[in-house]
Design a protein around this ligand. Structure first.
Ligand SMILES: [Zn+2]
Length: 197
């Protein structure tokens, strides 16, 4: 069994180090948060927001679910986006998919009925929309990663259609919505927006 107590040992060591190196660090963050990013990504344990973006506490507002879905009938993600846009006034919203996504793969398999299956229907909708293009790809892993990319682009469009986002963009020009893919095989992050360098 994993010794969960090691988490607390690590935590005490980390907090002490922060206090020593950056006096006032916790007090400063306790008073307010002003992140520049909202990150919407997959729940997969192998995708660490802080590590892959190289950011620290207070820099990214985060929402994660299986296969990074933004669905109009999901009040959870919609509340997170509204809060990020209207209250935190984030300048960037990132939707990050990743290669080898278990949620993407599972959406094409027969699952038991239940919450997982219901959730995966939202993912499968993306496949159905792009089925003709995806079924031409013979290699399964390549097809699934392409499906993941299309899923990210689809979720970015869903964000762009939300009222709070449309209103904010019309008034301020922000947020900018970024489709990203994280390649688990080499740790590299890729921008799917071909117009950006
Ligand atoms: Zn995933």
């Amino acid at each position: 069994m994993v010794d969960y107590r090691k988490i607390f040992v690590h935590n005490r060591r980390w907090a002490k180090r922060k206090r020593t190196l950056h006096p006032g660090f916790f007090r400063r963050h306790f008073n307010k948060q002003k992140p520049d990013f909202l990150y919407i990504g997959c729940s997969d344990s192998r995708v660490s927001v802080e590590k892959l973006m190289g950011v620290d506490i207070g820099e990214v507002f985060v929402h994660r679910n299986i296969a990074n879905i933004v669905s109009d009938d999901d009040e959870n993600v919609k509340a997170v986006i509204q809060y990020a846009v209207e209250v935190l006034k984030v300048q960037h919203i990132v939707v990050a998919g990743h290669t080898g996504c278990g949620g993407i793969k599972a959406s094409l398999e027969d699952c038991s009925k239940g919450a997982i299956d219901q959730w995966l229907q939202k993912v499968k909708k993306v496949y159905t929309k792009h089925q003709k293009r995806l079924e031409k790809i013979e290699d399964e892993a390549t097809m699934l990663d392409e499906f993941s990319k299309l899923n990210v682009l689809e979720q970015c469009q869903n964000i762009a259609h939300l009222d709070c986002v449309k209103k904010s963009i019309a008034n301020t020009g922000f947020p900018i919505i970024h489709p990203w893919m994280y390649d688990m095989s080499n740790g590299l992050l890729h921008d799917l927006d071909k117009n950006k360098k």
